[in-house]
Design a protein around this ligand. Sequence first.
Ligand code: GLC
Length: 435
Amino acid sequence: MDNIVRAVYERDADAQRARRLQWFREARFGMFIHYSLFSQVADGEWCMSVENYTKEEYEKYARTFAPKPDCADEWCRTAKEAGAKYCVLTTRHHEGFSLWNSKVNPYNSYNYCGRDIVREFVDACRKYDLRVGLYSSLMDWHHPDGWKCAFDPDARRRFTDYIEAINTELLTNYGKIDILWYDMPYPMQSSEGWNSINRNNRLRQLQPDMLINNRSKLQEDFLTPEESIKPADGAYWEACMTFNGISWGYLDPDQAMPYSYTPQKIITMLNKCTANGGNLLLNIGPSADGSVPSEAIEPLKTVGNWLRENGEAVFGERPIIGGRYTGCGVNLASASADQKTIYLWNRIWPKNGEMRLGGYMEAPRRVTLLATGEELSFTLDGHRLFIHGLPECPTDKYAGISVIKMEFDSKPAFENMSYYPHLRYGDNIAGDLVQ
Ligand code: GLC
C-alpha cells in the first residue's frame, strides 16, 4: 500500500514540477531570514543545543522576545531593494518557538508578546511583491516528543502529527504560500520515519502550486546545497548562504563584519547560480529586535543598485553554461535562454582599452555596455574576438562589475580554450609521444 501511495505521489509531483518551478527558476535570487529567540543570544541559531541550555533556562528568551514594530516590513523592504524576488522566514527553528498565533504550539510569539510575525511577514512580502517562503524545522528541541520520537512509537505518532498540524496552520491561515522550506530531518533517518509522503501529499492539497525543498528525506522540487554553490545534476537547486560564513542567526556586527560578503562576492555568487542553473538564497540574521544586521545593509543596497542596471544578465530563464563563453581570463558569463545573447560580467576591467576573448568562432552583430547601451566596436580574428575602444575604468559605479552584452544572430559557435594558446581545443597534435 505504502509503495502505491509513494508511486502515485511521485508521479503526480513529477508531472507538475516543471510548471511549479517556473517562477522560481526565473526569480534566481531570494533572501533567507533567520529570526527567533536565538537572535537575542547572538551566539548562532544552534546556541540552545550547543551551549546545553535547559528548556526552562532557554524559555526566558521567550519572555524577553520583543520584535520592534514593522520589523518584517524592514526585512522585505531590504530584500526588495537588494533585488531579491522572494523571502524565506524561519517560522519555527530547532528551538521550537513558533513565530505565529499557533493553536497547536503554545510556545509561540503571539502568546508571549502578542505578535503574529508570520502574518506580518506574509503581509510585507505581498506589499513588496515578493514570493513567500516558510521555513519549518522538523527537529524540535522544545517539544517533549522531539527526541522521544526516535525510539518510542507513540511519541513518534504524536510528534509527526504535531509536525503536520503546525504546517497545516501555516499553509491554511496565510493565503498563498510559495515555498515550504523544511530543515533538519532529525532524529528519524527516513521519509517513512517522518511520514513525509503522506504529510507532504496532504499539505500540497492545501497549496497546489507550492514548492517543497529536499529536506524531509524526499527529493521533492529542489535541492539545497548549504554554504557552497554547487551545481547539482538532474535536479533544480538553490544554494543557501550565510552572510558571513559563520552563522545564520544574528552575531555582533562589529565582529561579524570582517567575515561578511562584499557586493562583489555576492554578485559573483549570483553569477555562479545563474550560469549553473540554480538560485541563491542569501541569509540575513536580524538582531534581537528584528533590525536588519548593520553589516548587511550597505552590501545589499549596492547589489540592488547593480541589479537594477544589470538584472537582464541575471533574471529569467537562463541556460546552464558553466564556464562557457567567458573567453577572457577574468570575466564571468551568462546567456539568454536562446544563447544568442551573451553577457560578460567583468570583475576585472582591462586597463588598455581592449578586451581579448578566445574561443569565439564568429562575430556578434552588436556589442554594448549593458548598463548604458553604449555601442562598442569589435573585430574577429580567427577564433579571437577583440572588443575595442573600452573606457579606461569600469563604468559600473556600484560594484565595479561592468557587463558587456554581445548579441549574435544565432547561438555562437564557441570552442573552449586549449592548453596551448594558438591551438583550439581538440586540434590534433601529431604524434603519440605524450604519456
Ligand atoms: C542547517 C542548520 C540551520 C540552518 C539551516 C539553513 O541545517 O541546522 O541552523 O537554519 O541549515 O540551511
